[in-house]
Ligand binder design. Sequence first.
Ligand code: T6T
Length: 340
Amino acid sequence: MIQNSGYFEIQETDVPPRNLLVTGAVAVLALAAIAGCDSSSGSSGGAPSIAFVAGKTGDPFYITMKCGASAEAKKLGYRFSATGSADWSVPEQVGVVNSVTANRPGGVLISPVDPNSLAVPVKTLQQAGAKVAIVDTSLTDASIGVTHISSNNLQGGGQAADTMGQLVGATGEIAVLTPDLTTTTTNARIDGFKQELAAKYPGLKLDDVRQVGDTAQGAASAVGDELSAHPALAGIFTANSQTGEGVGTGLKNAGKQGKVKVVSFDAGPQQVQALESGAVDALISQDPYGIGQQAVDQLGNAIGKKPVTDNIRTNLASITRDNLHDPATARFLYKADCNS
Ligand code: T6T
């Protein structure tokens, strides 16, 4: 089922929302019907349209990316719509992509939730005439998409390991919590984390990489399991927002808050609160607003037949309680909505 959280979906566009709810089968029929049409202007003519397909609608990372994309689309004169599924789910995202395809947008920025299963729907979207920006996560087939924009997640994982080294010291047991082992971004962070530990911190021993699901609850209970298996645990690296939101609760329940050091990827509002309260010690944050802006810029170039940059890596920031309130940090704190 396609779920568009009202919280997330924005209708700055004049594309009727019911068009977003057509089934995959209807999408295929619609594709056949539009063969030969100029899709750069979107189904209802007028200003070209750009659509955003998030990995997960309620996630502050994607909300912030939507805000950047929306602001840039407005600046450049594109109609804009944002959609996605409430869960990180292949079948739900495939349905969403098929629906977007039926709307014939001029450009689409999408974070594929799986590197392989989304290849066919996204190719179909391209064949329907849309220019596609692959943002954040990636597809195995890098020929799909006119531009690919993300953080350098491998490097970010290395930054997390360096921060962990500073917090824990030369020796100690470490665990990683990750939503799954199929998401390209979190996998790259874990690879970067492991590589940096191996290269620079021989005394930090990685006990486990636990798949905990993309929820705070999953992360909180995994912390308990990890501490039962490894009572001497000194540090935890959480690979994304949701895992970072749950880790503090898990440590509190085990009476270990403040004793086990925590480095979390991302900087959603709840993670920032956790940093402020001491439940988490450092955040490695991305620039989702900038990813959204740059993706719309590149899509605009592609639609306007101007040169497009194939690969763009956006900045990361290491945030601690010391620099949390620095003006330079503000750009790296994620939003709960576009007005905050
Ligand atoms: O870390 C981000 C994103 O980069 C990743 O691909 C999935 O999780 C987040 O959305 C945060 O929850």
